[in-house]
Design a protein around this ligand. Structure first.
Ligand code: GLA
Length: 374
């Protein structure tokens, strides 16, 4: 997760010139962190993500064919717009966006696309959402933006890529505002930008462990939540506000529902803490969130637990938790900017003794959401 020495926007432009020639337009969509509100978006809950200053860039120009010619870090492709075929790799995110845009009634014509990204892959910071959103902007010439773009990107992921994710990642990438956390109600899609104080920044540290059952584990957690909602007679678990209502449930549906109900309450409390600039209180909520994700949602791993505990005990850190879908990937730690580098070094060095190598780690601040780069 080290910073790419060649800026990805330059890489995208150079790649475009080499592969296609001519003058493209350039679009950017960032990855995201999630401060709190984990494993609740698909249950209609509240989440608090922010965009990061690592992004996917797409240099684009129309061509005369009914096909996308794509060149990326990961290879090249020709995607036939007359005949969509799933490939089971990065091409599905690009093709999926064309497919989902058309499905939503938008005209998609042939384009040449050169893509470069410095969003770390597989680290839980939504490199795939960044790719989808950037491609969506490129294919529509920046005409489809904001929540609508996020919904189309989610549809691409749900129906084309085949990952039953919620709306958080794509929404954050498409709609975030620099210096702000995005407080999003995933039922109404009402969003509020909450200003982040200068006195806070975020560490993202990769556990270095990626478990193979991520997709299956994620889908089964979502299914448990749907079972719980059905048993409780509600359409989404976010309609339940009181843990006392869960006593009729048992087993996994009960545990998952307890996580969802308590996490939504913590996210509401986190917004209040942030607005009051109470970083100690916010940090405490992150620590509680981790416990609930580990014990009730059961989406953490021993390595992630160890890394989180280490961060929580480090000077300069207000709180820490696992981030994203889980089963490995990164943690997020809320840090005092004056102590962040030192804290990161302490955590990285200590965890390296356990992992056998230095884990990837970055300090991030809330960056702007997607748009055209002029
Ligand atoms: C992944 C999904 C999101 C969300 C998180 C967990 O990042 O893409 O929709 O469900 O996991 O909070």
């Amino acid at each position: 997760m080290t910073m790419n020495p060649s800026q990805p926007f330059q890489l995208a432009l150079t790649r475009f010139k080499d592969a296609f020639g001519g003058t493209p337009r350039l679009f950017r969509a960032p990855g995201r962190i999630n401060i709190i509100g984990e494993h609740v978006d698909y249950a209609g809950g509240k989440v608090m993500p922010a965009a990061i200053d690592y992004a996917c860039y797409v240099a684009a120009a129309p061509n005369q064919e009914n096909a996308l010619h794509v060149t990326t870090d990961l290879g090249t492709a020709r995607i036939d717009l007359n005949q969509f075929e799933r490939q089971g790799d990065w091409r599905d995110y690009v093709a999926g966006m064309a497919f989902a845009l058309r499905d939503a009634g938008h005209v998609v014509t042939g384009h040449n696309l050169a893509i470069a990204s410095d969003v770390p892959m597989g680290a839980g910071v939504s490199s795939s959402a960044a790719l989808e959103v950037a491609v969506g902007l490129a294919l529509t010439g920046g005409q489809v933006v904001g929540p609508l773009l996020a919904l189309i990107a989610q549809a691409a992921e749900n129906h084309y890529v085949g990952m039953a994710c919620g709306i958080m990642d794509q929404y954050a990438s498409a709609c975030a505002v620099a210096g702000h956390a995005l407080m999003l109600d995933c039922t109404s899609l009402e969003a509020k930008q909450v200003s982040l104080p200068q006195t806070v920044c975020f560490l993202v540290i990769d556990s270095g462990v990626k478990h193979r059952h991520t997709t299956g584990g994620y889908a089964s957690r979502r299914a448990d939540c749907e079972t719980a909602a059905q048993l409780l007679g509600v359409s989404l678990l976010s309609e339940v506000h009181d843990e006392a209502a869960l006593t009729g449930l048992s087993g996994n549906p009960r545990k998952r529902a307890r996580h969802v109900v308590s996490e939504i309450a913590r996210t509401t409390a986190a917004q209040q803490a942030l607005e009051a600039q109470d970083l100690v209180g916010l940090g405490r909520l992150l620590n509680q969130s981790h416990k609930s994700l580990a014990l009730d949602m059961e989406v953490s791993t021993p390595e992630v637990d160890r890394l989180t505990a280490l961060a929580q005990a480090t000077h300069g850190i207000y709180g820490a938790r696992m981030m994203g879908g889980g089963f490995g990937g990164s943690i997020i730690a809320l840090a005092d900017p004056a102590l962040a580098q030192m804290a990161m070094e302490t955590i990285v060095t200590t965890y390296a003794g356990f992992l056998g190598r230095r884990p990837d780690a970055i300090v991030v601040r809330a960056a702007a959401g997607a748009g055209e780069v002029k």
